[in-house]
Design a protein around this ligand. Structure first.
Ligand code: T3D
Length: 254
């Protein structure tokens, strides 16, 4: 359901239920969560790349999972929230390659990428209101930060299906590439990040995620704390040494 493959320092995670457009079930969420824990624990993994198998990235919650029973959405959401917490605190940079439709919680997962790429035929739809639900999996947190409040209102209330180019124009993704090149290009970005100062990337994510709720003084204080942490890494030492020696740095993620 979640396929794992190592490509050098990159852990490639593929949502793998192509026959259901990689719709999310409890089992998929469990496997994704476990794979993220593995990525954190494995020192050899320096970056994670998340994509979908087949023609979709993910259609969000599998709407057939609940059968005729009324779902306990609150309980169910705890499973999503655990994954979202794991994504937001992932100790490695995360690249997301959106290969096709990303809807509902599938779109939310995609937005957690530190670097987000889309195939030219990919699409994005918030989808929640179409089935009478509210945004989840961090969508209400990330969307207004990425596109602004007015656009977030439009995307959440009207749920248009955005093309990859529209998503690029809005800042939902960083780059759009031809579908046949997506994995290759996304892997290249992930490999580049995997060779970088990965602690600094993760601390940078934390600063950016915190920035909106902090006053200037608080943001400055957090920068000082995290710069202290970055400044104690071997990668910082190596970066400065390499600069002085006029050679490319060899970062280790420590
Ligand atoms: O706690 C909780 O559980 C609440 C959490 C909620 C989180 C959420 O994610 S809520 C939102 C759930 N997702 C949706 O509502 C999306 C529904 N799907 C779509 O909007 C579209 O299918 C797509 C935009 C994803 C793709 O459109 P398209 O035109 O490429 O494909 P299609 O023809 O609509 O779908 C193809 C098949 O996939 C179709 O099945 P069939 O007729 O061939 O047997 C369709 O029913 C199935 N499918 C699509 N999405 C889902 C799905 N099956 C189960 N769950 C889905 N989410």
């Amino acid at each position: 359901m979640v396929q794992k493959e190592r490509q050098g320092g990159v852990l490639l995670l593929t949502l793998n239920r192509p026959e259901r457009l990689n719709a999310l079930t409890g089992e998929v969420l469990e496997e994704l969560w476990a794979a993220l824990q593995e990525a954190n624990q494995d020192q050899e993994v320096r970056a994670v790349l998340l994509t979908g198998a087949g023609r979709a990235f993910s259609a969000g919650q599998d709407l057939t999972e609940f059968g005729e029973e009324k779902p306990d959405y609150e309980a169910h959401l705890r499973r999503y929230n655990r994954v979202v917490e794991a994504l937001s605190r992932l100790e490695k940079p995360l690249v997301v390659a959106v290969n096709g439709p990303a809807a509902g919680a599938g779109m939310s997962l995609a937005l957690w990428g530190d670097y987000r790429m889309a195939a030219d035929g990919a699409s994005f739809s918030t989808a929640f209101v179409r089935i009478g639900l509210v945004p989840d999996s961090g969508m209400s947190f990330l969307l207004p930060r990425l596109v602004g409040l007015a656009k977030a209102q439009e995307l959440l209330l009207l749920s248009p299906r955005l093309s990859a180019e529209e998503a690029l124009a809005l800042g939902l993704v960083h780059r759009v590439v031809p579908a046949e090149k997506l994995l290759e290009e996304a892997l290249a970005v992930a490999q580049e990040l995997a060779q970088g100062p990965t602690r600094a990337y993760v601390l940078t994510r934390r600063l950016l995620l915190e920035s909106h709720r902090l006053s200037l003084s608080e943001a400055l204080a957090l920068e000082a704390v995290l710069q202290g942490e970055a400044g104690r890494t071997l990668d910082h030492e190596e970066g400065v040494r390499a600069f002085r020696e006029k050679r490319p740095p060899r970062f280790q993620g420590r």
